[in-house]
Design a protein around this ligand. Sequence first.
Ligand code: HEM
Length: 490
Amino acid sequence: MNIQFLSIFIVLFTLSYLWVKRRFRFWRDRGFLQGNPSFPFGTLKGVGRSTTSAENLDYYYKKFKGKAPAVGLYNFLSPTLLPIDPELIKNILVRDFQSFHDRGFYFDKEGDPLSASILTLNGQDWKDRRVKLSPIFTSGKMKMMFDILDGISDKFVRTIVQEISNIDELEMRSWTQRLTIDNIGNVAFGIEPNCIEVKNSEFEQKCRRITGLTFFESLQFIFATEFPNLGRKLGVKFIPKEVSSFFLEAFIDAIKYRENNEVNRNDFVKLLLELKDIYTTKELASEAFLVFIGGFETSSTLMTFTLYELALNPDIQERLREEITNGIEENDGKLTYDMLFGFKYLDMVINESLRKYPPIPNQFRRAAKDYQIPNTKLVIPKGTNIQINSFSLQRDPEYFPNPEKFDPERFNEENIKNVQPYTNLPFGDGPRNCLGMRFGLMQSKMGIAKIIKSFVVTTTKRTPIPVKFIPPNPFLAPVGGMWLNLTKVQ
Ligand code: HEM
């Protein structure tokens, strides 16, 4: 009996071993150069524990750059392609978009309704949503929301003034998160989360839960992306249950309140409700929720690293303060939408911050059909996941000399023309690029403008120099927090 059991075990083990060995030859068999995989993580070794996904991809980008247009990697046992050549990246994102319209993200319409949004949907479902939602994000609609954000950021500055009368240094990642949560809670859910004034509110905790993934959750997410059907059967959730119930209820309450009280407010809730004949409440809630995820962590990341670099570069900070203060004073102390987007130096600073610290460091696509890479014999097989690492491109010294240097001049009127296409992708590119770019820029520029006009920002003993990124976090985030000193401008 024991011998029988042992024989079965040996046969199964040998078959599995041979299958895994064959799997790890996927790219080599198709003529691609490939990273060195090992069981069970493939080429993800250390991701989520000692390194971020962006830094892991960067390792392979550097290793294979100049040797091939793309390199084959393995997320666990699943083949994934890392494009290196900007020409190929252009083809994937724009020219041959019809072969790469999906992201291949995991979602579960039934078990986890908020996960099925424009970010995750595929094919025609995605296309229909994009067409219907795009009018919500025009600059005209953004202008309508400007005054709401203006009021909230003034409250933010007043609260910081009080805070710094007692405390020497502030953890600016959490402070900027509290600002963006209040902004988006207001415009996407029509409520006052009041995170700026009340530290660690329920709303704030729920938001942190969405993006602060544990190591296990980040592995679960990668696993479900690779094996979506199995993920659905196993009930893997993209969004923790308590968080999705909280946001679903908040959205339903907001709608009811609007209807019962005839509220007419210029925000995302109003614009989403204009689509209520086309979509169910759950579908609209999934989009409101996406505005939340898309809008809160990305913009706070952008503000956090911008403040960090301004603290490290006082000359740049001073020049920025001059531009903003003079602009506002010349307009009788009032900041307007057109002024905010007209500040040239602010735009250069924000662009440089997005280059060095892209809040979403990689872009995902999935091949919808077999695709032959032009001028080669290499074919990307249908169904393959693709990860474009903007983090690598934007820190590549060939495209951005001395990439560690924070230099807004890279984006002045003259130099910006020389940025090689498809090497700077903080908002992705092509028909599936970031839909909320204008809103993200509006709230981030507003936050930076108000902070820099009111405070001098400097480093402290706890400021992370050099900065390290939190390994399991899909967004770039500083280990240990971003501690900075803010002193009121006299
Ligand atoms: C600084 C802030 C932001 C950054 C850096 C950013 C970056 C990105 C990136 C890199 C993508 C993927 C693009 C691609 O795959 O080509 C994306 C997608 C998306 N973003 Fe943003 N984002 C920001 C703010 C926002 C905001 C505020 C919203 C909503 C109000 C938003 C909504 C979306 C949506 C809906 C998509 C998916 C579009 C689609 O699949 O059709 N983003 N964003």
